[in-house]
Ligand binder design. Structure first.
Ligand SMILES: Cc1cc2nc3c(=O)[nH]c(=O)nc-3n(C[C@H](O)[C@H](O)[C@H](O)COP(=O)(O)O)c2cc1C
Length: 207
């Protein structure tokens, strides 16, 4: 990594917050100053055969309940999560030489939460959610454009409701890794795992 002018900030167990959610927020606040789209995050799922499958999504919710993204429940990731409701998230902040790995169980967010987010989206995105059968084969771009026009006609003059096959997932973490780039590949890695009293253990791991 060669981002000019950046000094890596060492990870020090003594100054890391005991709560990984709080620590994530600290890194988030620093990332938003240097990254154009910090919401971009990789989510990896696996079907019941164990085949992993990764793709980027946008992180749309973060709080002590977990980390949320929105998608089509009938997509490939939706099918994976139906069979195996677990995921790993990977967030990379190149200018700061940082990555965060999160692993956890996955649940659908409430329909009300999905409605609130869906209603906040631009109309074109809402129409797209109706028109696109995400992850399914389509014969041509023209077929997709026809489906978009059909949805536009259907909702002309009115609001676009959230389709039932579209909504949010929440990853409920049981593991975090905070990774900081250091010179000579001697990176800092600190893992958080739950302790017996409802808090979190912190352990340094080798790079
Ligand atoms: C930067 C970026 C952000 C994306 N955000 C989302 C998202 O929030 N939700 C989503 O369903 N797909 C998003 N996508 C598309 C997914 O990567 C993926 O192509 C799509 O969800 C279908 O994945 P699947 O077939 O594995 O289910 C995004 C892609 C990129 C490159």
């Amino acid at each position: 990594m060669t981002t000019p002018g950046v000094k890596w900030i060492p990870l020090d167990e003594a100054t890391l917050d005991p709560n990984p959610f709080v620590q994530f927020e600290r890194w988030w606040e620093e990332a938003v100053k240097v990254v154009r789209e910090p919401e971009t995050i990789c989510v990896a799922t696996a079907d019941k055969s164990g085949q992993p499958r990764a793709r980027m999504v946008l992180l749309r919710g973060r709080d002590e309940r977990g980390f949320c993204f929105f998608t089509n429940y009938e997509s490939a990731k939706g099918h994976d999560l139906e069979e195996n409701p677990k995921a790993s998230l990977l967030w990379y902040v190149e200018p700061l030489g940082r990555q965060v790995r999160i692993e956890g169980a996955v649940e659908k967010v409430s329909p009300e939460e999905s409605d609130i987010y869906f209603d906040s989206r631009p109309r074109g995105h809402q129409i797209g959610a109706h028109a696109s059968h995400q992850s399914q084969v389509i014969a041509s771009r023209v077929e997709l454009q026809d489906a978009v026009q059909e949805s536009e006609r259907r909702f002309e003059g009115g609001e676009v409701p959230r389709p039932p096959h579209w909504g949010g997932y929440r990853v409920i973490p049981h593991f975090f890794e905070f990774w900081q780039h250091r010179e000579d590949r001697l990176h800092d890695r600190v893992f958080y795992t739950p302790d017996a009293s409802g808090g979190w253990n912190r352990q340094r791991h080798q790079p």
